[in-house]
Design a protein around this ligand. Sequence first.
Ligand SMILES: *Cc1c(COP(=O)(O)O)cnc(C)c1O
Length: 347
Amino acid sequence: MSDVQTLQRGTTRIDFDRFPRTSLCHQPTPIEAMPRLSELLGGPSLFVKRDDCTGLAMGGNKTRKLEFLVGDALQQNADILVTQGAVQSNHVRQTAAAACKVGMKCHVLLERRVPDRDASYEETGNVLLDNLFGASYDFRPSGLDMNGEAEAVTEDLRAEGQRPYFIPGGGSNAIGALGYANCAQEIADHSRDTGQHFDWLVMSTGSTGTHAGLVAGFAAIGYDLPVMGVSVRQPRERQMNAVHALTQKTLAKLGAEGVPLSRILVDDGYVGDGYGIPAESTLEAIRLTARQEGLLLDPVYSAKGMAGLIGMVRQGFFKPTDSVLFLHTGGSTALFAYQEQLLASLN
Ligand SMILES: *Cc1c(COP(=O)(O)O)cnc(C)c1O
């Protein structure tokens, strides 16, 4: 059986039913206009795809990936999910919730990646919810090979007789990226069904699974929508190479041909001082989006993505007639861990 079948109107569909999957996600997520933000910026028409509304435990982009990862874990008869992330990881929170939903345990490693945080940083926001979901966790200092650390823990648990399933940071492997290949198809379906077309898709890019899954999905169905990733951590070249590597693996999994590196678009102008450290432009994006659209972003990911979008509009990157879709990847749970800095930025 072929993974990719050609349908009418020259469009191709990916058959996701051939991959193990468990239902975790509200989908399709809504696409909404942002008229007041568009007007304020005086640029193209801005829209938002609400992947902050995926439905699992305050939502976010990891839920789509976890449908395939937890599906695979269930097929392998695992009884405990093991993963890793930064202290305020949204991925860890969604993984801990998914484990509860399917009746598994969850163990996570939290990397102290972000320096100089609020006193409550390791207690509130996502960490509070990790505790609520009963996940066990250990902290690690910053700078280790965290996937290596988590794999070592996985082997320890196996040696103890448990049945662990390792999920890499961000859920970013070819299995997790299927969730965003599926989202790409969802966006193409939306455009076909409603006649509403987009010229650009913009979102934040971190552990790469979201970006790679989208590029792979659009390539596999032959749909031409350029994806601009706004880096939250790495310099452009490194992020491009990492996204490209996972895109190729995801396309191989889909049984589709690879794409050139030139298909991967990254802007690294909005990282600021580093991962998890909001820049002025991050705080401005949180404020503008809240006050123009009543929409909550987060200080680590989605607001850096939105700062990128705002910056590109101001630089005249888009045509005034363009329709630009921002993928809201979620994360507002982390706002509470940045209370002091956020309040200071409102004065
Ligand atoms: C993880 C995350 C991202 C980045 O997605 P990747 O697939 O890791 O690149 C963006 N936004 C939020 C809110 C996230 O939690």
